[in-house]
Design a protein. Structure first.
Length: 193
């Protein structure tokens, strides 16, 4: 049985291929799955990239990573290559993670043990990395069908943030009020006037 290639060696081989496409290599994992190895590569866009990591870009980076692995013959025997993005469940830990999540609902865990839930509205670049900050507008859920309460924006230095998670926002889902679907010219009961 062939031992899996060390993840660090695979990282050294695939990182230039990923960077050559303007992407970042987030993680590499090499594991056994029966008689073959499974190479899992997680890539992400750089902070100032306005594009998304869509299927076309994933396919392109998959070809580049596969070519690099085959050229260096770093994985002995047969292997399965899995290339993916970090996904929404990834913790936000770096400035670039927060920059990609602006406008989303987040729960921030602070170094001091506190938490803050709200809408991430900005990421500020400081004069030094220690001065980088995020701005979160706190949102307290409404009780029994009432609207949520929005607080004053809170500026948090990234050095005070342990991590954050993007929260799935389902507020737009659910039953629709008749008032919401009434077209122009309809009265309060939704009848055309």
């Amino acid at each position: 049985m062939v031992a899996p290639a060390p993840a660090q060696r695979v990282r050294q081989v695939v990182e230039p291929a990923v960077a050559g496409l303007g992407l970042l290599l987030e993680d590499v994992e090499v594991a056994r799955a029966g008689a073959r190895s499974v190479v899992r590569v997680v890539v992400d866009v750089v902070e100032d990239d306005e594009g998304e990591l869509d299927l076309d870009r994933v396919a392109e980076v998959t070809r580049a990573v596969s070519d690099a692995l085959d050229a260096q013959d770093v994985v002995a025997g047969e292997y399965t290559l899995e290339v993916s993005s970090p996904g929404v469940s990834r913790p936000l830990t770096e400035r670039r993670h927060f920059a990609r999540a602006v406008g989303r609902s987040v729960t921030v865990r602070l170094v001091d043990g506190g938490t803050l839930a709200g809408r991430l509205t900005a990421v500020e670049r400081g004069t030094t990395d220690a001065d980088d900050a995020v701005v979160v507008v706190p949102v307290t859920p409404g009780v029994k069908g009432r609207r949520p309460k929005t607080g004053a924006p809170v500026r948090l230095r990234l050095t005070d943030v342990r991590d954050a998670r993007v929260e799935v926002d389902l507020s737009g889902l659910g039953p629709v009020d008749d008032d919401d679907v009434a077209g122009p010219g309809a009265d309060a009961a939704g009848r055309e006037g």
